[in-house]
Write a protein that binds this ligand. Structure first.
Ligand code: UT7
Length: 327
């Protein structure tokens, strides 16, 4: 003891994604299904939002069920065992209850014993925030392998008689396993995050209290998303040392296809494949980016070693972007 300085953790030179997982609820709800109960149409929803169908959890399918399914799939694909994971982060804005958190429950279900476990709420930016904090934990040496899950059961917070929101939001979970980059010469597999927020716009997307449903000022959010976010995305590329013309893909939060296409045009990456998972998944908030990444990987639309730009944005208002390397 005496005057010895306190020891530091040994960190890793970088962090990378080892695998994705993104199973969805089985139940498909089409636009025509919704048009049978509220005054809307398939044509309106496709042209204004880009959604053709979405997945909605069954009554007995909990947030933890979806999160565990996604986490289990990512863990299996990573080749690691449950014992290798020492931190579990669940990004969600639709927890079943304030306590207990979802992360500890999911960890126990997956046989991950005594990991650090917490939920993180940055709404639709949640997965990018969780990925950044997982990367920092690995680089700082506070964790070696992190299971990062974005999971939402938005259907339980939607007023199914409100046509301005019930056509948009959906359920799902996606996950990634994050681990160390061991070769100091290799680039970081998860680039520096650019994140921010504006509490002055807090009322633009909100659930006022436990008895309320989600409300949003759609046009205000649309304007903000299509004018304020492309510099954030470009800054993430700059910090990662990746020119936008080198990106294999752009995977933004799946909020609205028109928003996605508008931001993509402004980034200056015409060669990049643009994720359009919203067409069949709807807007699943913090799950939308890992779900899209899972599907694009499964279909071979993005390949190992390629650079992909992520951009999460939504309630808060919160946003975050980073470049990742495909595992
Ligand atoms: O994920 C979190 C971040 N959220 C977002 O990024 C959402 C951003 N905003 C949006 O995606 C769009 O603003 C919406 C999809 C929410 C709405 O689309 P919009 O093109 O901005 O429509 P609007 O709100 O300006 O409404 C236009 C018209 C209105 O009728 P009037 O007043 O012009 O007669 C609405 O009442 O469309 C009407 N409308 C609908 N009509 C048929 C609103 N919802 C519907 C509907 N079906 N489902």
């Amino acid at each position: 003891m005496g005057n010895d300085p306190m020891r530091r953790n040994e960190g890793a030179p970088g962090a990378r994604i080892l695998a994705f997982g993104g199973p969805q609820p089985a139940r498909v709800v089409t636009n025509d299904d919704i048009a049978a109960t509220v005054d809307t149409s398939d044509e309106w929803i496709r042209s204004r939002v880009g959604i053709a169908s979405r997945r909605i959890a069954g009554p007995d399918e909990s947030l933890a069920d979806m999160a565990a399914a996604a986490g289990g799939k990512a863990l299996a694909a990573s080749g690691l065992s449950a014992a290798d994971i020492d931190l579990v982060i669940v990004a969600t804005c639709t927890p079943e209850a304030p306590i207990p958190n979802t992360a500890a429950t999911v960890a126990t279900r997956l046989g991950i014993l005594a990991p650090g476990a917490y939920d993180l709420n940055a709404a639709c930016a949640g997965f990018c925030y969780a990925l950044a904090t997982a990367s920092d934990a690995v680089r700082a040496g506070t964790a070696r392998h992190v299971l990062v899950i974005g999971a939402e059961k938005l259907s339980q917070w939607v007023d199914w008689t409100d046509r301005s929101t019930c056509i948009i939001f959906a359920d799902g979970a996606g996950a990634a396993v994050v681990g160390p980059v061991t070769d100091p010469q290799a680039g970081p597999g998860i680039g520096p995050v650019v994140w921010g927020s504006d509490g002055g716009m807090a009322d633009k997307i909100a659930i006022a209290d436990r008895n309320s449903f989600i409300v949003q000022e759609g046009q205000a959010v649309f304007r903000w998303a299509t004018t304020a976010l492309h510099p954030v995305a470009r800054k993430a590329c700059e910090l990662a040392g990746v020119d936008p013309t080198e990106l294999a893909a752009f995977v933004p939060h799946q909020a609205n296809l028109r928003i996605i296409e508008a931001i993509a045009r402004k980034i200056g990456a015409p060669q990049a494949r643009v994720a359009d998972d919203i067409v069949h998944a709807g807007n699943t908030s913090s799950a939308s980016i890992p779900l899209a990444l899972s599907r694009m990987t499964e279909r071979g639309e993005i390949g190992s070693g390629e650079a992909v730009l992520l951009l999460g944005f939504g309630a808060g208002i919160s946003y975050a972007a980073q470049v990742i390397t495909v595992p």
